[in-house]
Design a binder for this molecule. Structure first.
Ligand code: 5AD
Ligand code: SF4
Length: 429
């Protein structure tokens, strides 16, 4: 396959970004090169997301835009991978017969075989436990930070969420595989790893749970920082907080989706915690790790969310003072429990609630950042941004721009001179 080319477009979360690195790794090992335009490619891959309807619409319009390429170049292969591939399966091929292959998140390990054999079969979306054991020849674009999968799928069945249907049941990757991959990353000069999973806290392989996994990984030479996403509040243990507090490589940041402030809505969402229980965890985190940054996800307009319920989300945000949030309008997803609930909220109300949440949080984020002015922070240099500024991140995952140049991969101390809403400016000390 020498000289062949692939174009890949990724939608959705970090898990998907990483899956794309793995698909590219497979194709590179077969002699493919990546190109930046669909029209230059022999294979086009859309790695899709299904979390909200908007993500699926975005992918469908991208798909529409490349349809004509196939007419000009019949040997072109069009592949749809990822969560929407899994969710829509055959329906996608019926809608868009020019698609050659549909490959679910569990099946990307066989991408090489599909291409090599010019497979007649089109749809590969069955649950596949091999995913947790397969050694991917990953192609990482970054050389400072790396994503590493530790757990696949999700068993939580939050009422709104399509992930258990797209990424299947929870499966932990064997400890030795994770350790060896990170050891290699350390040898290659990577400085930071982010452990990935829908719910990293429920990692369990033989006698190794998540806190122990963190401890073991922190022994790897070269890796200076360890992060992880995402945590489910119900599984956030004291043991994990202990490791975050005491292990110098584990960074002081946690992404802990709250979703809503009202217990009635949390119950309808099947989140398995009350606001009070969530708050207690936040308090324990802050008591133990005073500088910790806490970020979160919020959904507005979940079915039956009254003004009163929504106000509880607003007061939760005010009380907790997150460092940052992602906020979304509820989107009904096929197959989920929430899609069958009565009491849908109309789009105007959702939009209004979303605006209110974002505006409030913008002010909170800015005031939290302001508190960092004149403090000393340790940052890991990641590279240069589009404006030519060298930038890095604090241990709490905040971006800091510098006026002087530093090579990426270096860890340095800076003084924060100015705080903006979405970034900090610092000088080296
Ligand atoms: N509608 C809106 N937001 C959703 N999320 C997950 N499913 C939905 C949905 N159906 C949000 C949650 C989750 C984040 C990744 O996406 O807040 O934490
Ligand atoms: Fe990621 Fe979920 Fe979107 Fe799949 S549906 S790509 S797991 S955010």
């Amino acid at each position: 396959m020498k000289g062949k080319t692939v174009y890949i477009k990724t939608f959705g979360c970090q898990m998907n970004e990483h899956d794309s690195e793995r698909m590219l790794g497979i194709l590179y090992s077969m002699g493919f090169n990546e190109v930046d335009e669909p029209k230059k490619a022999d294979i086009i891959i859309f790695n899709t997301c299904a979390i909200r309807e908007k993500a699926e619409q975005k992918f469908m319009s991208s798909l529409g835009r490349i349809k004509h390429l196939k007419r000009r170049k019949p040997e072109l292969k069009i592949i749809v991978a990822g969560c929407s591939a899994k969710l829509q399966g055959e329906r996608l091929v019926n809608k868009a017969p020019f698609i050659d292959y549909i490959i679910g998140p569990d099946n990307i390990s066989i991408l090489g075989k599909i291409i090599e054999n010019n497979s007649e079969e089109k749809i590969f979306i069955d649950e596949n436990s091999e995913i947790a054991y397969f050694d991917f020849p990953t192609l990482r674009k970054d050389n400072v930070k790396a994503w590493v999968n530790i757990i696949y799928g999700c068993n939580n069945y939050c009422a709104y969420c399509v992930v258990p249907f797209t990424r299947g049941r929870e499966r932990s990757r064997p400890f030795e595989k994770i350790y060896n991959e990170i050891k290699r990353l350390g040898e290659e000069g990577f400085k930071e790893v982010t452990l990935l999973g829908q719910n990293v806290n429920s990692y369990q392989h033989e006698n190794i749970d998540f806190p122990l996994l963190l401890e073991k990984i922190s022994e790897i030479e070269g890796i200076e920082r360890i992060r992880f996403v995402t945590s489910h509040p119900k599984d956030l243990s004291e043991k994990l907080i202990y490791v975050m507090k005491n292990n110098p490589k584990v960074c002081e940041h946690i992404h802990l989706p709250l979703q809503a402030g009202s217990d009635r809505i949390l119950k309808l969402m099947n989140r398995k915690y009350s606001y009070e229980e969530y708050m207690r965890k936040i308090q324990t985190l802050r008591d133990n790790i005073p500088d910790i940054a806490i970020t979160s996800d919020i959904i507005v307009g979940f079915p039956q969310e009254s003004d009163e319920d929504f106000e509880k989300t607003i007061s939760a945000l005010t009380e907790i003072q997150f460092d940052g949030i992602f906020a979304f309008k509820f989107s009904a997803r096929p197959g989920t429990a929430a899609s069958k609930l009565e009491g849908k909220i109309n789009e105007d109300i959702k939009a209004k609630r979303l605006m209110e949440v974002l505006k409030l949080q913008d002010n909170i984020t800015e005031s939290k950042n302001k508190k960092l002015e004149d403090t000393i922070q340790e940052i890991l240099i990641e590279g240069e941004n589009e404006e030519g500024f060298t930038f890095g991140r604090t241990r709490t995952n905040k971006i800091v721009k510098l006026t002087s140049h530093f090579p990426s991969g270096k860890i340095i101390k800076v003084k924060i001179k100015k705080a903006n809403r979405h970034s900090l400016e610092g000088i080296v000390i």
